[in-house]
Design a protein around this ligand. Structure first.
Ligand code: ASP
Ligand code: MG
Length: 424
């Protein structure tokens, strides 16, 4: 049994969804669970709609309707007949979400976010499931929230593997797998109180990995619009190198630092059960892509410099209001603030009177975080910064990539260098 994961780019329009059906047809003999994310940039657009809503801008309704209409249009492009239940289901999920927004009394941004943003995943999986069934590929649609059980850390919820394993096994069995494709959403789960949660942006890869772990899958395949895992982002760098094999630990490191090719939480569960992960192109089926797994000593790889480059970073400097030292208990308050606001610390520096954290600048969430921090601390921040990480760095590579930049913070270990910088 294998887990296939298709991301937003692989289902972004009718043509792409047809391609997914073709791939699934090619692998009819493989028992599989298919995980699908929201179409194209739907999640970003839902985030915008949520921001409008929390800022009391009525335009949010228009945004929701546009997103809904786009899915209906794709369904029509796929010639899904008007009598298909799909149209009723899309409408139902939209109405439920809008009703939630109207009736909700809880002001927490991350809570609201998690009740709304799964809509993208529901829309896409309902659509793809209808289409696959129409093509004669028997598909069973499952609400991932009935399988993935999490805590209540909204926007970065943690999976409870024990409960999740039981739930997954109760929903997916050999009998179903032998006759059907099981199709579900990535990225989403449910807490004990029955509220929706999300696992972190781009978290569908992680869902695929959780399913693989709980079902003891033979393999996970992540279908992407790149030929393989590369040593840097091909949208930013021209001289990329394809990585044919990667050890679990190298994959963990590079994704931890932000290589966007796979979600950082994906690898660990697979490593624990020694389940290989293949990253391959949905556009070029002749390409085998990258195999991530346990490498023998004889396979020891000499990696080229692996570059992760992130823009839109903020450096937040936090000091105690009476200018005393930032002590361990202060740090613990600061860390909690980040965690509760769903913000990650990409790099930290602890000085005598201030504690600095580099984090991604995310409008509403960063504002909420800073407001929270200001209750206890003096807070200053810089935005529009770039964070460069190089694994297996060379001095030439560092020089090349920092030319013309002002360096604000730097940290170097034997294998990795991280540099926070901005244009001069
Ligand atoms: N749709 C979600 C996102 O865009 C999850 C995913 O794509 O993996 O973040
Ligand atoms: Mg995505």
């Amino acid at each position: 049994m294998q887990i296939f994961k298709f991301g937003g780019a692989s289902v972004k329009n009718a043509e792409c969804i047809k391609n997914v059906a073709t791939i699934l047809q090619l692998f009819v003999d493989v028992k599989k669970v298919v995980v699908i994310s929201a179409i194209g940039k739907t999640t970003n657009r839902l985030e915008n709609a949520i921001n409008l809503f929390v800022n009391k801008d009525e335009k949010y309704l228009e945004n929701f309707n546009e997103i809904y209409q786009e899915h209906v249009n794709i369904a029509k492009d796929l010639a899904i007949p008007e009598t298909d239940n799909l149209y009723i289901e899309l409408n139902l999920f939209l109405s439920q979400t809008l009703a939630f927004l109207t009736n909700n009394k809880n002001n927490s941004y991350t809570f609201i976010y998690d009740q709304v943003v799964p809509l993208g995943e529901f829309f896409s999986t309902l659509l793809v499931s209808s289409y696959l069934n129409k093509c004669g590929l028997n598909t069973i649609w499952i609400d991932a929230r009935e399988m993935i059980s999490t805590n209540s850390n909204f926007t970065e919820a943690k999976v409870n593997f024990e409960i999740t394993t039981l739930k997954i096994k109760s929903k997916i069995d050999e009998k179903k797998l032998s006759k059907n494709i099981i199709l579900t959403q990535g990225f989403i789960g449910r807490n004990e109180m029955g509220f929706s949660t999300t696992l972190g942006r781009e978290g569908s890869d992680y869902t695929a990995s959780v399913l693989a772990f709980c079902l003891d899958a033979q393999k996970v395949v992540i279908w992407k619009d790149v030929p393989a895992v590369l040593n840097s982002d091909p949208r930013l760098f021209s001289d990329t190198i394809k990585l044919e094999k990667l050890s679990y630990s190298e994959a963990i490191e590079m994704t931890y630092y932000g290589a966007q090719v796979i979600h950082p939480k994906t690898i660990k569960p697979l490593q624990n059960k020694n389940i290989p992960l293949q990253v391959r192109s949905f556009l070029d089926l002749a390409e085998e892509g990258t195999m991530i797994g346990q490498l023998d000593k004889k396979d020891a790889i000499h990696y080229p410099p692996i570059i992760v480059y992130k823009v839109n970073q903020a450096l937040i400097s936090i000091s105690v209001k009476d200018f005393s030292f930032v002590t361990e208990d202060n740090m613990s308050i600061i860390c909690q603030c980040f965690s509760q606001n769903g913000m990650r610390m990409n790099m930290i520096h602890s000085g005598a009177i201030s504690f600095s954290v580099c984090t991604e600048y995310k409008d509403e969430r960063t504002k909420a975080l800073i407001k929270e921090l200001k209750k206890d601390f003096e807070v200053k921040y810089n935005i529009n910064l770039e964070l460069l990480t190089i694994r297996h760095y060379t001095e030439e590579k560092i020089d090349e990539l920092t030319k013309g930049k002002e360096i604000l913070l730097q940290e170097k270990t034997r294998n990795t260098i991280q540099i926070l910088m901005r244009k001069r």
